[in-house]
Design a protein around this ligand. Sequence first.
Ligand code: ADP
Ligand code: MG
Length: 252
Amino acid sequence: GGINFDNYDDIPVEASGEDVPDPIMEFTSPPLEELLLENIKLARFTKPTPVQKYSIPIVSKNRDLMGCAQTGSGKTGGFLFPILSEMFINGPLNVPDKSRNHYMRKGYPTALVLAPTRELATQIFEESRKFTYRSWVRPCVVYGGAPIGNQMRELDRGCDLLVATPGRLNDLLERGKISLMNVRYLILDEADRMLDMGFEPQIRHIVEDCDMPEVQDRQTLMFSATFPRDIQHLARDFLKNYVFLSVGRVGS
Ligand code: ADP
Ligand code: MG
């Protein structure tokens, strides 16, 4: 179940790590960019949820993050808002010449979000569409159990933020339709569910064996409802000097 928005201020939040930035109380610029603030208004989000109060300044300060929070706490905005703000400000990266070759077109996402299921990937994609309105950032979503041809045609039109399930992303990487060399932001959403579904080998292949920048050259955020040993191992391998955020009661 989701959280009750009438008293979500009561939800306890704990942040630990080196030099943890102070939480924000409102959606403001800085750290959030003006166009993003307009899109937040259009979505009628009046104030940040507890996880957003903490995660927005942490992610804005370019820190890696391990966030433990229950479903419905607003994690999607918690990572999308600071990342989109920075992308809006920085503008598009120059893509390699290869992508201009009609026969070799590829997506070169700046941000990659991995999610366990088609439903979750679609939800994150829909949020991304709302908050990228009138910006240069073009989001795409890919997942299994749907025709790959349509997804490849969407990627051909450009992909700056990619939301993907691990299996389908690997398929598209093997077909040469996506390059991860421009990824500056990597998000593993609902990491515990992805591991429960047996995706650890695919996730490790994506992060460790493709053209993803090394841990020091990207910002990595992991979210999980629980923090069992296998998630702790991924956090150790994928994150650098991370802030640990726990919201509400966290299982293990
Ligand atoms: P989680 O990923 O933690 O399960 P979501 O990011 O999906 O949570 O958010 C849960 C619901 O709350 C979504 O419908 C989302 O649009 C809404 N929501 C998130 N943040 C806010 C906010 N600051 N104000 C109002 N609604 C919000
Ligand atoms: Mg979520």
